[in-house]
Ligand binder design. Structure first.
Ligand code: FES
Length: 128
């Protein structure tokens, strides 16, 4: 199963293929939203542009679902590595930075480490 490495939060989360990244982050209690999104967001409909994540590293180059038409529209003026978490399905192990618009410079060491460390794949347990 894929592992999502949340760089800012320094945690790895195992999830089934096809998991929505926004739902995964919220289920783990991670702060996905900046101040604007905390005050109000669209609940995952792709309309508020507040659930930004940056793709830092991918295990095999295509760890997330392709950009949606909503993302093409909403992310026109953002770096190509940014996605809207609510539009993303996890397909393989990936390292992401939540809220890339906030305090990115202070995370330089963690980002470098995330790029260099191989991303794991969780094995299914025999006990399942
Ligand atoms: S939650 Fe509103 S765009 Fe993702």
């Amino acid at each position: 199963m894929p592992v999502v490495r949340f760089v800012r939060e320094a945690c790895d989360v195992v999830c089934p293929v096809g998991t929505n990244l926004r739902e995964l982050a919220l289920a783990e209690g991670l702060q996905l939203y900046g101040l604007k999104g905390q005050l109000g967001n669209c609940g995952g409909c792709g309309q508020c542009s507040t659930c930004f994540i940056e793709v830092v590293a991918e295990r095999d180059g295509a760890a997330l679902s392709e950009r949606t038409a909503v993302e093409d529209q909403k992310l026109r003026r953002r770096p190509p590595s940014w996605r809207l978490a609510c539009q993303v399905l996890v397909l393989d192990s990936v390292a992401v930075l939540t809220r890339p618009q906030v305090g990115r410079d202070s995370l330089a060491k963690q980002l470098q480490k995330a790029c260099l460390e191989p991303l794991p794949i969780a094995e299914l347990s025999d006990e399942l």
